[in-house]
Design a protein around this ligand. Sequence first.
Ligand SMILES: [Fe+2]
Length: 245
Amino acid sequence: MRILQMSDIHLAADKNDDLFGVNVYQAFNTVMEFIGKNQKKLNIDAVVVTGDISRDGSSEAYQYFYHAMERLALPYFALAGDLDNKTRMSKQALAAKNFHSLDQISSDKWAFLDINSLVRNEDFGFIDNSELAELKSKIIKNSGKEIAIFLHHPPLPVGTPIVDICNLINGDTLLKLCDDYAVRYIGCGHARSASIIKRNNIFISVSPAICFQWINGTHHAANIKSSGFNIISFSDNLYIETYFI
Ligand SMILES: [Fe+2]
């Protein structure tokens, strides 16, 4: 089972709007064309998008996103980031035929679960007790399978202060739960900075962004104009490939 994970597209209603020197529509189009042309070679079964699809929460941005995703003719799932408007994002998904829940994408050996880390009107993340309890019960329900979890906010610092000030506040609580139940993979976004950390049994993978990457270690808004995504092979030997375009 090979999942392409992408994150942080940052589309807005105005297609010509510039974000730190980047036209994000061009960046997204370039990535989608690359995936479309190389779909056979990339050998992917599904796509998971870990939030911040739109930076202004506009219906126009979500319409564009779903239309582009539908053209891949692959099952896909998208969760919301702190910049997204969940209501508009869900509304525009209604017409998307290939949009599935993670449950539907899961395989016989792997259960893919998502968890909400959003806090209203804040850019940092927090997972409340009821969501943690729900996650725990889903993990227990899938105890015969390997577990992979997707969320928006990284549960650990990635070493880039401009984003580490707004990561998941209670990342330790999530990681303790994942340790207790031998979760194998956590996939997230938000950081606009690629990072893969192996911690005990868990691979914590922060997907590069589609819009651009912050320069590693930066305190200020300094970016590299490139787009990236991960492909994760969910097999007995889990491995992760990172692509930059
Ligand atoms: Fe974010």
